[in-house]
Ligand binder design. Structure first.
Ligand SMILES: *Cc1c(COP(=O)(O)O)cnc(C)c1O
Length: 482
């Protein structure tokens, strides 16, 4: 059929809607969505016909239906949706940081589907406070006097500075004026909060006397900031929390510490040095600490503020408290996450962030081996000892991809433990009919998207962050992609 005739064969939107397929689509998807997808598909087909890519009526019909089907599937997907994280980065900010424990996720669902006592005191039968739901556990777990929770740690730092130091000076070491990423830069946050930054020391060395000399009439706070995503090494000197607390006491100035990640268990016990637990820091006598809910804590996005009642009370009463208020989902997720910590062994098993961070190499290896075994049985996928060994032309005929077990290192991410390399392993893939970059792009656009990392000339799936239930899904995604 020639192009003109074929163009005339294209059905109208209306007749498609009235067809059997049309009715099926309407029953499954919102009407406006169906209409838009049909329109888009028709104009796509018109272009293809003009280019001479379609030849006859039969082909046209099948092609139209499959285009609409695909279009509807794509258009009905949520924009924000699950992906498989095979990057090995546990607290991956771009991929949503922490996964919640099952208890925390189910608690959010429960609270979401019912009315709740969010701000209702069930004992007294009158208005209550939303923060009580998490303060009790925060106190119990850390022994702190008082606690408050806001939207994220950036907000926690902001409201703390604003409530305790607006118009007055806050002393910070030049070695701790960090940029966390996503425009969180300590000097900017300080300025926006109304506090006046008083920098002391040098980039590499700050001494106690630097802080002491900077104390004056207008000093509101001494502040320490966790370096999070970088480390100083070489000729360096920093002043530890204990010494700052002593200095603060001497001059009657409160000391605050932005811990960044904030971990409720002692990681040293599990072979991870350099990250003091929240409890350890509080023991120094520090007045306020702030940290994230979704970094090492492994809960929902939140900013947690712990410390002395007199300061927490000021923060709680600030008009900004309403601006950075957490919702019931954050509170229900956070309460259930904190509950897991009542038994540390349980926390390590049930909180995915901790579990993935602390799991042993053997455990990761078992998962990697299960994955590689399943991949090896796919048609055209060849398991080899190493991707570096040269293979003869005969061996690789009919082979779509080579796979090999490989060891590597993964990272905690989220600005936590930047120096720590966690020994890991996974599956390295070398596609033979497309480039590694094309494989990466196809996997990123699969459903669900599969995100790994390219290293050297292979695509690497780090088994550390792959969840047990994702293994079969990964195999079917890979099976379809080459
Ligand atoms: C991550 C981090 C923040 C910001 O925390 P969010 O919860 O992402 O807002 C602030 N300070 C430090 C030191 C951090 O590491």
């Amino acid at each position: 059929m020639d192009r003109e005739n074929l163009l005339r064969e294209l059905p109208s939107v209306d007749s498609i809607l009235k067809s059997e397929d049309g009715e099926k689509w309407i029953s499954r998807y919102p009407r406006t969505l169906v209409i838009n997808v049909i329109r888009d598909s028709l104009s796509l087909l018109r272009e293809e016909i003009k280019k001479g890519l379609l030849k006859d009526k039969e082909e046209l019909r099948d092609y139209l239906i499959s285009t609409i089907n695909k279009g509807l599937e794509r258009a009905s997907r949520f924009s924000l949706r699950p992906v498989i994280n095979a990057t090995g980065i546990v607290i991956h900010t771009n991929l949503g940081r922490s996964l919640l424990s099952i208890k925390a996720a189910l608690n959010i669902l429960d609270v979401a589907r019912s009315y709740s006592n969010l701000e209702y005191d069930l004992k007294e039968g009158r208005r209550g406070k939303r923060y009580v739901h998490v303060i009790r556990l925060l106190k119990e777990l850390t022994g702190v006097e008082d606690a408050f929770v806001v939207n994220n740690n950036a907000a926690a730092v902001f409201i703390t500075l604003n409530s305790l130091a607006a118009g007055r000076e806050v002393i910070v070491s030049r070695g701790e004026l960090v940029e966390i990423g996503g425009s969180f830069r300590m000097p900017d946050i300080m300025r926006m909060s109304g506090a006046i930054l008083k920098e002391v020391g040098t980039t590499n060395k700050t001494h106690l006397y630097d802080y002491e000399r900077a104390i004056g009439e207008n000093t509101a706070l001494i502040m320490k900031v966790h370096r999070s995503n970088f480390r100083l090494s070489g000729f360096v000197q920093e002043v530890f929390a204990e010494e700052l607390v002593a200095l603060g006491k001497k001059h009657g100035i409160p000391v605050i510490f932005d811990l960044g990640s904030g971990c409720l268990i002692d990681l040293k016990k599990y072979g991870i040095p350099d990250e003091p637990s929240v409890q350890e820091v509080l023991k120094t006598g520090i007045d306020i600490v702030t940290f994230s809910g979704d970094k090492l804590l492994g809960g929902p996005q939140a900013g947690i503020i712990l410390g002395r009642s007199e300061y927490i009370e000021k923060i709680r009463r600030s008009p900004l408290a309403r601006v950075v208020r957490v919702d019931k989902f954050t509170l229900s997720g956070l309460e259930a996450t904190l509950y897991e910590y009542l038994d540390e062994e349980n926390a390590i098993k049930k909180i995915p962030t901790l579990r993935m961070l602390l799991q042993g190499f053997d455990e990761i290896k078992k998962r990697a081996e299960r994955l590689i075994k399943k991949l090896g049985s796919l048609e055209g996928w060849k398991k080899v000892k190493s991707l570096n060994t040269a293979l003869s032309k005969d061996t690789i005929r009919d082979v779509k991809a080579l796979i090999a077990f490989e060891e590597d290192f993964s990272r905690a991410g989220g600005g936590a433990l930047p120096e720590i390399e966690l020994r890991t392993c996974g599956v390295a893939i070398r596609p033979l009919n497309v480039s590694c970059n094309i494989l990466e792009e196809r996997l990123r656009n699969s459903e669900p998207p599969l995100i790994g990392r390219i290293k050297d000339d292979r695509f690497f799936l780090d088994a550390r962050t792959i969840q047990e239930h994702e293994i079969d899904l990964i195999v079917s995604i890979l099976a379809g992609v080459l």
